[in-house]
Each structure stands twice: as C-alpha cells, then as structure tokens.
Write a protein that binds this ligand. Structure first.
Ligand SMILES: O=C(O)c1ccc[n+]([C@@H]2O[C@H](COP(=O)([O-])O)[C@@H](O)[C@H]2O)c1
Ligand SMILES: Cc1cc2nc[nH]c2cc1C
Length: 351
C-alpha cells in the first residue's frame, strides 16, 4: 500500500505557472499587487494540474494517539487528556470542530493509537496499538507497526477523497507528542534537542532541560540513522505522526493540495518528504507555531508559513485558519474581471 502510494506521486506541474501568470497579469489589478496570494494561485494550479484550481470543500483529518514517553514527565497534562479530547472532538466542542465548521470542512477523527478505548460519532477506530512504548527505554514501536500506522493515514485520505474533499488539512492530538516530534527533528536536522524543545502544552521553563535530556538520552540509546525515515518513525515514534506521514503521501498521490498545521504536523511532513521528495510541491504551510523547533523544520523544508498567530494548539487549527487564503487565491483566479472584460485600461511603462 505504501509502495503504491509512493509510486503514484508525480511532481507538481510547474509548466502551468506560466499560463496562470498570464491570467493573473490580465486581472484588474497592478501586476503582482496581490503578492503571495498570486504565488499561492500558481502553486495550487501546479498541484491540481488545472489553471482553475479549487480547494473547497476542504477535508480535516485529526489523528489521535498516546505516547509512552509521557511517563517521563515531559507534558503539562496527563495522558488521559488524549482520550478525553477525542470525546470532545466527537461532541463537536474542540477548537478544530469550530474552525472546521467555519470553513465548511468535512471532518474525521481517527484513533490510530489512543490508550483507552474511544468510541463516538465521527471517530474512526483504526488502532494499530494502544499507545507507543516509552522511546527513552525501548523503540516506540516495531517497523511493521509504523508501516501500519502510515496505512491508517492512507486509508483516511481515501475516505476524504471519496467524500469530495479537494484540499487536505491534517491535525493531531497526542499528549506528549512534542517530545517525539523534537526527537525526530533532532535526528533529521542534527541540531541539539536543547535548541528544538519548547513548552508544548505549557511545561514550566525549568522542565525544558529535562525534556531535552530525555531526547538526547533516547537518541544515543536508540542508535538512529537519519537516512532511514521509516526506522526513525518506529524508534522515536508517534502513531499519529506516522499516520500523518501516510496522509500527506496519499493526498499528494491524488494531487490534493495539503495545508500543513504546526510543529508536529511539519515534522511529519519532513519525514514524509524524506520518503518522497516530490511531496514537497504539494505542501502549503498554514502557520508558524510557538514551538522553537518549528522554525528549524520550516527552514529544512524551505517553507514560509502564511500566518503567525502565536498558536501552539495543534489539531489542525492553524491550517484551518489559513484555509480562507487558499480559497481567496482560487476565487481571485476564477471570479476577478480582466482589464478587457471590465473595460479598464492596462498599465504600461511610464514614459
Ligand atoms: O501544533 C503545534 O505546534 C503544537 C505545539 C504545542 C502543543 N501542541 C499540542 O499539544 C499536545 C502536545 O504537547 P505536549 O506538551 O503534551 O507535548 C498535542 O496534543 C499537540 O496537538 C501542538
Ligand atoms: C486541552 C488540550 C487540547 C489539545 N488539543 C491538542 N492538544 C491539546 C492538549 C490539551 C491539553
């Protein structure tokens, strides 16, 4: 399933950018005056393979899982909150429910590895195992489990595509997941964990050094090889992170534009790009998270996010908030009048 998905990813169509640029320059505005929105329109055309790209309705998939490393005291919240928040998603009361409703999104929550059983309307149970092992002591999961979690993501995107979604937002919920994300980033970037770790859900500043030590100790004990992304996922973990990797790959294989959320989502994107470099062309970055490692991950991906709202929630919220910009880029292309149609004189070079 993963191999087929990887094989189906084709590079974005850069040639379409020329045709879209010509249309942009005919619209009733000084050339280039809609700034990054114009670049966004060209990117969306290249992703979808159409000079008239569309992104509505968007699909939001929130992957939830627990983390054994929570027992190291790296989060401000107890592990039970993962399952409690899944119930909150099912009831429609979380921030992502609110923002998804606002943008008219299709929404699905997938339990890929929550410790205690979670059932509820709108929650798909596709559990690979009830949480990872503590990667400070042993590998977070087996390689086969990481692959199964990736397949959970691939399946979820197939459902969103069948539901008619034309753009994908991938969120996550997992108490302690900034720790495996920072560990994955440390392995992939070669940066010290102390430069990457942040407050996550709000740990006290004096706990940051402990969080970095847990990661550095684990990296040394697990013997990680940055050239082997699947192995990294298995050793350092995150069932929801692996599912996000699968979701990104599957969306790119279907030429769906992907709006990436915050720190955890961007680390998952980085891992996925190591598996399939052509994926990068399908990624748009929604926002810059407060987590210090996010800047490092964004730089590795040569990415400039659309928003900077000092968010650090996850769930896909920052991406959902950025979605109206994508919608605006598409509507600009399809609905704006041209100089000709509106009878507006085009500009020329000043004498
Ligand atoms: O997306 C982000 O940038 C982000 C930054 C900090 C925290 N979070 C969320 O908070 C949880 C992880 O924080 P922590 O402190 O438990 O590792 C997890 O459920 C994430 O969705 C998310
Ligand atoms: C309440 C709460 C909501 C969240 N949503 C994503 N991560 C979260 C972490 C906590 C603690």
């Amino acid at each position: 399933m993963l191999d087929d998905t990887l094989a189906a990813i084709v590079p974005v169509d850069d040639a379409l950018a020329t045709a879209v640029q010509a249309r942009l320059d005919n619209l009733t505005k000084p050339p280039g005056s809609l700034g990054r929105l114009e670049a966004l329109a060209k990117s969306l055309a290249g992703m979808s393979g159409s000079v008239g790209p569309a992104v509505s309705p968007p699909g939001v998939i929130v992957f939830a899982a627990d983390h054994g490393v929570a027992e190291e005291g790296v989060s401000a919240f107890p592990q039970e909150v993962t399952a409690q928040m899944v119930a909150n998603f099912a009831a429609g009361g979380a921030a992502i429910n609110v923002f998804a409703r606002q943008i008219g999104a299709w929404l699905e929550v997938v339990d890929v590895g929550v410790k205690s059983a979670v059932a509820g309307d709108g929650v798909v149970i596709d559990k690979v195992r009830p949480g990872t092992a503590n990667f400070a002591r042993e590998d977070a999961m087996r390689l086969a489990e990481a692959e199964r979690a990736i397949e959970v993501g691939i399946r979820a995107v197939a459902r969103s595509h069948a539901a008619g979604c034309r753009c994908l937002i991938v969120g996550e919920m997992g108490i302690a997941n900034t720790t495996p994300s920072s560990a994955l980033l440390a392995a992939l970037s070669g940066q010290p964990a102390s430069r990457l770790v942040g407050q996550g859900t709000g740990i006290a500043p004096e706990r940051l050094a402990h969080k970095a030590e847990v990661i550095e100790g684990a990296l040394a004990a697990r013997g990680v090889d940055p050239s082997r992304p699947l192995e990294l996922l298995a050793k350092l973990g995150g069932l929801e992170i692996a599912a996000m990797v699968g979701a990104y790959l599957s969306a790119a294989a279907r030429r769906m534009p992907i709006l990436v959320d915050g720190f955890i989502a961007t680390v998952a994107a980085l891992v996925a790009c190591r598996l399939a470099p052509a994926l990068r062309g399908y990624l748009i970055f929604g926002h810059r998270s407060c987590e210090p490692g996010h800047d490092v991950a964004l730089e590795l991906l040569d990415a400039e996010p659309l928003l900077d709202l000092q968010l650090r929630l996850g769930e896909g919220t920052g991406a959902a908030l950025a979605f109206p910009l994508l919608e605006a880029a598409c509507r600009m292309l399809s609905e704006m009048a041209t100089f000709d149609s509106a009878g507006v004189a085009p500009g020329g070079k000043a004498e």
